[in-house]
Design a protein around this ligand. Structure first.
Ligand code: BES
Ligand code: MN
Ligand code: MN
Length: 459
């Protein structure tokens, strides 16, 4: 193992040059004009997998973007890891807020800035380099591995469930490993044992067939911007509790052990507020900030559009209004059931003065696991070796829809070992990844393979 770690240390700078090439590909899955870039990124990943010595590297076509597959299955009797990551990235707007171009990776103060650096190319690349280190130094891996890299994670993984269902045999493994989450804080590595789920909707309201003079018509007709605001405002009460009937029926309450454990984590609420310049925090009464984001569901407005928003003032009644809204879910809320409850409620509370269209968009199930399995313990030892500190156990507020599919369709536990930091601007301008965490993450991944190999076949 020392030889492998030495190799990783010696190659530190080369990794950055290579990572920059990966980060230069604008593989934005949400934007049709980037379809060719997404494809190019899949090819880049496949080439890299071949180059580091992975076998059977294939692009599996789907109705959307291809799934990149590669495996190395040379150790009989050792466990098989199914590694999952995504090579697609979020759009970059607002572009003017980037301090360096999003697809020209730039290093400043020990961080590499680029779209996809933390979410998720940098973290996927970490594992590629860990595999490369093993294969070049010893000619083998300590365990078996199957890699799948998805190109549609940021748009809801619409085709991945079908891909997994259609390839159950080929994807058979003992454990899923994913690096697409965060560390609790700088210097505090973590393993994530729970993710929230998601349901997402677009709401459209129409009040008339044209914008109207607000003097001639105001007061006599409903204003769709106001009606939409009123409907949205009815989703949460003043205590931050969601008012959709039945919404909380299946929510698993927080255990006392979790509340205690989280209360002792080094979370600094003042700093959290200050870092993001928030005047005052708000959330469901009776819960702490960590509890609110990790273990409680929420309803959010992602975007609102209506009427005149230019400079100056224009007296007008908008004809239409639109909102993008979403709900983060926790175990055991079912996205389909919650979508039904939401739709019924919205239709019920929207007055007849507007024409309402409710469109459901993507989503995913919440996930939670116990962390007393040998794979998680193996990951904890690996992280300690890579980061010099034992990891803490966290849940996250974000969603990775496929994790529950791995559990349900393949019966596999997942180990979520992520190295992003809370302030690394995933989905926002100036996304970045700490180079120390990236480097330690390569070492931890290499050690993780060794530790999992050592477990022998676990049933
Ligand atoms: N890597 C994130 C998920 C994540 C975020 C995990 C924060 C842990 C902490 C992933 O790429 C992501 O952004 N997921 C989407 C899923 C959605 C598009 C279905 C999300 O959470 O919004
Ligand atoms: Mn991600
Ligand atoms: Mn993301």
């Amino acid at each position: 193992m020392d030889k492998i770690i030495d190799f990783i240390n010696v190659n530190r700078d080369r990794y950055l040059d290579e990572l920059k090439a990966l980060l230069a590909i604008p593989s934005i899955s949400a934007l049709p004009e980037h379809a060719a870039d997404v494809k190019r990124c899949a090819d880049w990943c496949a080439d890299e997998l071949r180059r580091i010595g992975m076998q059977n590297v294939t692009l599996f076509e789907t109705p959307g973007n291809p799934v990149v597959y590669g495996d190395w299955l040379g150790v009989e009797g050792a466990p098989t890891i199914l590694f999952y990551g995504h090579y697609d990235v979020q759009p970059v707007d607002p572009l003017n807020l980037w301090e360096s171009p999003p697809f020209e990776a730039t290093i400043r103060d020990g961080e590499i800035y680029a779209r996809g650096s933390a979410d998720d190319k940098g973290q996927v690349f970490m594992h590629m380099k860990a595999i490369e280190a093993h294969l070049t130094q010893t000619g083998r891996l300590p365990m078996n591995i199957k890699i799948i890299l998805e190109g549609e994670e940021e748009v809801g993984s619409a085709n991945l469930d079908d891909f997994i269902k259609a390839h159950k045999q080929e994807l058979a493994a003992n454990v899923v490993v994913i690096s697409d989450s965060g560390m609790f804080a700088r210097g505090v590595p973590s393993i994530c044992y729970g993710l929230r789920g998601l349901v997402y909707f677009q709401l459209d309201m129409r009040g008339s067939n044209t914008d109207l003079h607000s003097g001639s018509f105001g007061g006599a007709v409903a204003n769709p911007a106001l009606v939409l605001s009123q409907v949205i405002a009815k989703m949460k009460d003043r205590g931050g509790r969601i008012t959709i009937p039945g919404f909380y029926d299946d929510v698993v309450p927080l255990s006392e052990e979790e509340r205690k454990a989280w209360a002792s984590l080094p979370f600094n609420e003042k700093k959290y507020k200050k870092d993001f310049a928030m005047p005052k925090l708000f959330g469901e009464t009776g819960y702490t900030t960590l509890e609110r984001t990790w273990a409680r569901p929420t309803f959010e407005v992602n975007g609102l559009l209506s009427g005149f928003t230019g400079e100056g003032a224009k007296t007008v009644l908008p004809a239409v209004s639109m909102a993008k809204v979403s709900m983060r879910l926790v175990p055991n809320q079912d996205p389909n059931k919650i979508a039904g409850l939401f739709q019924t409620y919205v239709e019920h509370i929207t007055p007849k003065t507007v024409e309402l269209t409710v469109t459901r968009m993507h989503g995913g199930k919440p996930w939670m696991t116990s962390y007393d399995n040998p794979f998680v313990q193996a990951a904890a030892r690996a992280i300690e070796k890579g980061f010099g500190r034992t990891p803490i156990f966290t849940r996250e507020g974000g969603s990775i829809p496929v994790v529950s599919t791995f559990q349900e369709e393949l019966g596999l536990p997942s180990v979520l070992f992520g190295v992003g930091l809370p302030d690394e601007n995933a989905h926002a301008p100036n996304e970045k990844l700490d180079l120390g965490n990236f480097h330690n993450g390569i070492i931890a991944s290499a050690v993780l393979y060794e530790e999992i190999g050592r477990l022998g076949t676990v049933s």
